[in-house]
Design a protein around this ligand. Sequence first.
Ligand code: PLP
Length: 360
Amino acid sequence: MSRFWSDHVANLAPYVAGEQPKLSKLVKLNTNENPYGPSPRALEAIRAATGDRLRLYPDNESTVLRAAIAAHHGVEPGQVFVGNGSDEILAHVFNGLFRRNGRVLLMPDITYSFYKTYCRLYDVPAELVPLDDEFAIRVGDYTAARTEPIAGIILANPNAPTGRALSLDEIEAIAKAHPDAPVVIDEAYVDFGAESAIALLGRCANIVAIHTFSKSRSLAGLRVGFAIGGAEIIDGLNRVKDSFNSYPLDSLAHAGATAAIEDVDYFDRTRNKVMETRAALTQRLETFGFKVLPSRANFVFASHPDHDGSKLAAALRAEGVLVRHFNQPRIDQFLRITIGTPEECELLCKTLVKILTKTH
Ligand SMILES: *Cc1c(COP(=O)(O)O)cnc(C)c1O
């Protein structure tokens, strides 16, 4: 605690991001970036946006980008909110929707760890609902009647770091059980094979789906995310945003993200390649004796019955292959492995064979 800090700073539990190595020859399968580059049309649009016009402020309403996102997803521009990465949108969601005078927020015990960080930052009490023994969300835990009103529910779908997905029927049942509470679905990985809750918006006014350009659009460095939800919820988020930073997206981000969402062909080709590689890698890992959870994301979550998770991660690191290991109860035997190119996955497999045979 420093005498210069506000009281609550000492109580924060900041998010710890995966390593971004300075050495470039490492095989980087630890932070779920896309192995394929951004759409060439996005890069061209970013280049075209550099120039004298950068002296002007960007469009604070992100009109063109929101229209492109709305057209792509078949919704109204007024249902689209954009932010500086989906993490920023999540921050506004916790601040603007979940901060409800001590009401609890429901979320899985194992999920994206930033949610707990935001709970601390915005004083939102969380009720952690355990996943089942196969690391799946039990829908009944979220639909059961409660004595007190809740602040809301947040679920990553597919969940992180498990990769498991709920069906739209399951999400609808959860949303309908709490019609007066926001149900936020973090769809950072949805484009790799799960169903988007955007399809439920007509029936569930309390749902908001959050997407990012960081994974399926290969633009983690550009920092763009968006939320799609009912107009009431989006209005609330806009009020928070305009009380915090009216210009979260710069002109280059507007240009690049708009071109990226319009390049459907490139998007489909690259995400299909990732899904094919995921299937192949899952099979390979299973032949090595790994248990691999069924993934709808651009990573797999795998454990080996005879090898300690943290030792495996360290051994891979020593061989130049980065994967993510979480030193956390229930999942400390697992590795989260980002789907790279087929060549990167081959290198991972070769290295694993070397490690598994050496330590046995
Ligand atoms: C990567 C990720 C995010 C953050 O995405 P950004 O848009 O890069 O901030 C949010 N939620 C989940 C579950 C993620 O995995």
